[in-house]
Design a protein around this ligand. Sequence first.
Ligand code: ATP
Ligand code: MG
Length: 576
Amino acid sequence: MKFSPFESLSLPLKYTNMSSTKRSLNFIEHIIEEDLAKDYSKSSLRFRFPPEPNGYLHIGHASSICLNFGLGLRYSAPVNLRFDDTNPTKEEQEYVDAIKRDVEWLGFEWDKECYASDYFGQLYDWAEELIKQSKAYVDSQNAEAIAQQKGTPTEPGTASPFRDRTVEENLHLFREMKEGKYKEGEHVLRAKIDMSSSNMLMRDPIMYRILHKSHHRTKNDWCIYPMYDWTHGESDYIESISHSFCTLEFAMHRELYDWFLDQVVTPENLRPKQREFARRNFSHTVVSKRRLLQLVEQGVVSGWDDPRMPTISGLRRRGYTPMSIRNFADTIGIAKRDNVVDLSLLEFTVREDLNKTADRVHAVLDPLLLEITNYPEDQEEWIEAENNPEDENAGSRKVPFSKYLYIEKEDFKEEANRKFFRLKLDSEVRLKNGYIIKAVSCDKDADGNVTKVYCTYDPDTRSGSGSEASKRKVKGTLHWVSKTHAKSVKVRLYDRLFTDPTPDAHKDKDFMEFVNPNSFEEIEAFVEPSLMDAKVEDRFQFQRIGYFVVDKDSTSEQLVFNKTVGLRDTWAKLDS
Ligand code: ATP
Ligand code: MG
């Protein structure tokens, strides 16, 4: 199903503790309810979110985080943050730190911080047990030969010539592998299951490979590393996870997950259960750490937290709020089938949230000078302006007004039809929080571009003054800043990172071919002086333009803003 932002207008977007949300159960919750009705006690429920620290979390992970931690809230059950760190070639401490920061920022609390690498010793001992029971063997063929013997879904595989090694020989070789006596690729440990299974994953899967790589946590303690399938279920078991939710591509792995558990589970311990849900894909972006890493490494973006990236840290830097991401995940829910979700729904949820929380300010992105001819040259006024009409506790601030102002270039035309509710010669508009002005004339350069507008103002019409004249209605309201008081800032504007709605779904083309060459622009803009107190990550509504956030590249000399998202109805009614 594809969501349009308009369909979701009626959905309850306010995020509350999920246990108090009155929505129907999703299929994952049904599974848990059924288990509770059968043989699970509520206190036995325990979940985990298991990222591999090989990149930063993205908006797809947000679905999995909100699912697992949401279940934790709903059932008052602990949720572990488990780092699935079994591949030292791709994993780094930087990613561990970033993942923790992102989950915390989203507002979730994990019970235990766990690492699959903490279980390397236990996994090794269990592997020796399997060898002793003739359920695992050392294969000394190279990867190519092993792959060739795998067979096809319709043809059984061929047994390795090393399949029938004795227990002693296997134990000896496996111990030597662990001691570092062999080069990478010389041997692997395989489970001895069934070379003719209809499930290819059951055809003697690899449990261990040799990797002479230092691990970000265990350093050089190990030179054999367990594979994902061997590690994941056993880690769930060690942590007493009741339900292990993963994405659909692991559905075929479930049989193997269960086989590995069968080898170690004892009756007095809880047996974890793997269940699958659909991976989320999103329009006009890619969500695969491998691809995102490519964008970073090839310099297409400035880093993992580039505001165009669909990473949690990129969205954060772009100005998205934790609430908007959680609302988004809740709104799209959990699906059984893969599908593409329109990212405009995420824009919708952030607008919803920022509309309630962001202070309104005046900022002009494309300035045109305006002189109020009948305003005294040396006069200035500090006008009271409400910070957020949607939040009565937001208070107000004072905005300077003077004879020379900047307005947006596109807000003035010498002549225009009746539908142009902005400023044109001989007609009136209201300056937001200020006065009603009337345009009288303008200057133009040699190319005919307007360079300055001359207006008169009506001193009795100041907003909020209570006078009869101030209640007079005019069609248009413009934002503005006082030229002498305005502060210059940098504003970064972003467009979609890809020109194609599904950049990684083309068989004949690489997703990199669809990178939008015009997704970033930096301009100079002018803002009201109150913004000089703004700190990194403070979010604002630039009136009539959109939502903006202070970027970490800001210095004491110059603020840098990122545009989060535009206001949908840019020219909608603005009260005076
Ligand atoms: P990637 O391809 O981006 O590396 P992954 O699945 O390998 O994704 P993990 O770090 O293993 O990434 O993911 C942690 C958890 O998040 C897993 O349970 C995984 O299924 C889930 N997850 C990852 N991507 C998505 C997605 N697009 N939609 C829903 N869940 C996801
Ligand atoms: Mg992965």
